[in-house]
Design a protein around this ligand. Structure first.
Ligand code: GRE
Length: 336
């Protein structure tokens, strides 16, 4: 399909090239190639976009990024540096690239102000945040964004009419030691990423974030971080047990999925799972994505281009939903 839009697509700052390569050694079969692709924005990436009919990419800073920095000042300074860097890159190719803001999530008021700056000054299309923010004197604390102190931030997201992508990060500190250290192969895509993001998102649902901010639009990747598979069971327990016991969120889980939540195909190129998500979540809430450079353009695009969908749903997921959600103008093959 021509003119696809992809929106979970990572880059890193070239000045961290060594760190990016070291980090890639933890999960990439070819760390040098991964680091090269991660540090590039406009060369290798544009070639791949052209080769695989991706018209527009929304860039975001790689995980764990700023969420890994527990010193507030350092986190805020790095987020600003990243946003200024990617704004400059996007400005050179506005018909191929957009960006999500990188935010330090130590302080809701500061996060809201940086998001506002990025949307208003740079035209960024939202924010992408890597799950909880590490905090505390030794980085062992985790800031979740589902409590009332974050209302000021969510109000700004709504007021800016912008979007929020909740991306995973790897478990750290005590949580890593207790849960994952003895089963380290489950860190990342096999299990820990989905657990982290689904806990955080369901925390937002059950703590009333979407009730207080009904216009809020949150995107999660990897075909919904296991949640679509569990909708029936979550719904059954919320409605039949937890609400009678005092859970006070106003809508059903399926209503939040229909009104506030989007899922992308990033890193999950399975036709049976997509068909399942079409039934449970619907074509109007699914967005194509790759998860480059953790995954390849080739795998994502040859899968999606060949998947047997009716033409309307194929265009919705491949492009039209994202084009409308982000109010995008013209880009390569935007009308094809
Ligand atoms: C990511 O998206 O951030 C990621 C990793 C490590 C492995 C796979 C992956 O950080 O998608």
């Amino acid at each position: 399909m021509k003119g696809k839009i992809a929106l979970e697509e990572a880059f890193a700052l070239p000045r961290f090239a060594e760190k990016t390569r070291w980090w890639a050694g933890l999960f990439a079969v070819n760390p040098d190639k991964h680091a090269r692709e991660m540090n590039d924005i406009a060369d290798i990436r544009i070639q791949k976009m052209d080769q695989h009919d991706v018209g527009f990419t929304i860039l975001s800073y790689t995980a764990p990024g700023v969420q890994d920095i527990w010193d507030r000042k350092e986190a805020e300074a790095l987020a600003t540096e990243i946003n200024d860097y990617v704004a400059y890159q996007v400005k050179a190719k506005p018909d191929r690239f957009g960006a999500f803001a990188t935010l330090s999530m130590h302080d809701p008021v500061q996060a809201a102000a940086e998001l506002r700056r990025c949307v208003k000054s740079y035209g960024f299309l939202g924010a992408l945040v890597n799950d909880t923010q590490r905090a505390g004197p030794d980085g062992d604390e985790m800031i979740f964004y589902d409590g009332p102190e974050w209302d000021v931030f969510w109000s700004e997201v709504e007021a800016l009419d912008t979007k929020f992508y909740l991306h995973p990060r790897n478990p750290t500190g005590t949580m890593y030691e207790k849960l994952w250290a003895d089963r380290k192969w489950l860190v990342g895509p096999p299990l820990s990423f989905a657990q982290g993001v689904s806990l955080h998102l369901l925390g937002m649902v059950t703590n009333g974030v979407f009730d207080r901010h009904p216009k809020l639009q949150v995107i999660i990747g990897h075909l919904g971080e296991h949640l679509p598979f569990d909708l029936w069971r979550i719904n059954h327990w919320f409605e039949d047990v937890k609400k009678p016991l005092g859970l006070s969120c106003k809508k059903t889980i399926r209503e939040y999925f229909a009104e506030n939540i989007w899922i992308t195909t990033s890193g999950h190129f399975s036709t049976p799972t997509l068909n399942y998500c079409l039934q449970e979540v619907g074509a109007d809430r699914i967005l194509f994505s790759i998860d480059y450079p953790f995954e390849s353009f080739e795998d994502a695009c040859s899968w999606y281009d060949g998947v047997g969908l009716n033409e309307i749903d194929k265009k919705k997921i491949g492009r039209d939903n994202a084009k409308a959600l982000f109010k995008l103008g013209k880009f390569k093959d935007s009308e094809a």
